[in-house]
Ligand binder design. Structure first.
Ligand SMILES: [Ca+2]
Length: 380
């Protein structure tokens, strides 16, 4: 088994017309502008935890990326959950940790970053165990105390043991109750949802993003003028589609009144993820362009750190129960509703982006200024 990352490189052999900056991909300043991210917040005083499974990073790559964009390198702490070392970003499997750190810090450069590293193992049960080990570690990590976590790993629920997924969801609920918002990528294989391309050819929602107390972050295609459609599979040039659908394990939480059916629906929201409108990173000394809900997730986690920073200045606790409040305050949060596209993938007919919540992009992307204002003023 390979590690279940939700990352896609842009296809260098099929350069997309949509890539920003003359084909270099989006820069931090573009994403800040297009999502209206407040310029007076940096995440100062906040700690963002990033979970990595057998994926290391190079601080040299990250520092080069930040310096290219005028970002002061943040404080980065490496924490090994189980003795797994940071391999320094030297493996081909290290794009995940690299992009997570580079882009979360691009949006919240004043925050402190804690990289929780664990061994992914070789099998699904080993990966489940690594996820449980890491979440348990963070529950007991009174030293670093992150207020938001970013998890860009997962696979269709069927790949995992239902009991293990329940245990993971219980830990996520415990973290959320303590003021740790857990953000999880909804996957890059559309409604099909499996990394394994050989079936079964049916709809699979992605775990652990289906955990009811996690925020599931899906994917869009972001145009340079700011309009968006769902990340929709067009062919090898854009490699995937926004993960989304309905859980076979978790019932619909009471706050998902906007969601059809009786199951937990994902994603809750979405940000740019299509590699054809991808993000620049520096990897092994070179510029590269990446996409995937793997990037949308740390960008969203960083926006939550900005909201918590503003809440702290007003004497308010870090956000808790955010998954619930996304639905309660959906009309005030400044969502950009996405109504074009679908997540059909690998021969499995997916869902359509429609007005309001949909199982491709959730409520859509955000106007971050309005989103944060509501999270600070209206959410207890
Ligand atoms: Ca919609």
């Amino acid at each position: 088994m390979h590690v279940l990352k939700h990352i896609h490189f842009a296809d260098a052999h099929r350069p997309s017309q949509a890539l920003a900056n003359g084909g270099q991909g989006y820069f931090p300043a573009d994403i800040r502008r297009l999502y209206n991210i407040p310029t007076n917040l940096t995440g100062a005083g906040q700690t963002i935890g990033i979970l990595e499974f057998s994926s290391g990073y190079s601080l040299q790559d990250a520092t080069l990326f930040w310096q290219m964009h005028g970002i002061t390198p943040p404080n980065v702490v490496f924490v090994s959950v189980d003795g797994t070392r940071n391999d320094g970003g030297t493996s081909v499997d290290d794009e995940e940790a690299s992009l997570d750190l580079q882009w979360a810090a691009a949006i919240a450069p004043g925050a402190r970053f804690v990289i929780y590293e664990a061994n992914a193992g070789e099998t699904y049960p080993e990966f489940e165990a690594a996820m449980l080990r890491t979440l348990n570690y963070i529950v007991n990590d009174h030293l670093h105390q992150p207020s938001v976590l970013s998890i860009s790993y997962g696979d269709g629920e069927d790949s995992f043991d239902a009991e293990a997924l329940q245990s993971i969801a219980d830990l996520i609920q415990k973290l959320d109750e303590r003021g740790v918002t857990v953000c999880i990528a909804s996957g890059d294989q559309g409604a099909y949802g499996l990394h394994n391309p050989f079936g079964p050819y049916a709809r699979h929602a992605d775990a652990p993003a289906t955990s009811p107390h996690a925020v599931a972050v899906g994917g869009t295609h972001l145009y340079a003028h700011g309009g968006e459609c769902a990340w929709t599979y067009l062919g090898p040039q854009n490699g995937g589609a926004s993960g989304g659908g309905f859980s076979d394990i978790f019932a619909k939480p009471p706050w998902q009144t906007a969601v059809p059916g009786h199951a937990r629906g994902v994603p809750d929201l979405a940000l740019n993820a299509d590699p054809a409108s991808g993000y620049q990173i520096v990897f092994q000394g070179q510029s590269a362009i990446v996409g995937g809900t793997s990037v949308a997730c740390p960008v969203f986690a960083a926006i939550i750190a900005l909201a918590n920073e503003r809440r702290a200045t007003l004497g308010r606790k870090p956000l808790s129960s955010l998954p619930q409040y996304l639905y309660t305050y959906a009309n005030k949060l400044g969502f950009h509703d996405i109504v074009v596209g679908n997540n059909t993938y690998n021969g499995v007919i997916g869902y359509e982006a429609i007005p309001g919540w949909d199982a491709v992009t959730g409520f859509g992307s955000v106007d971050a200024t309005q989103f944060i204002d509501t999270l600070v003023k209206d959410v207890p």
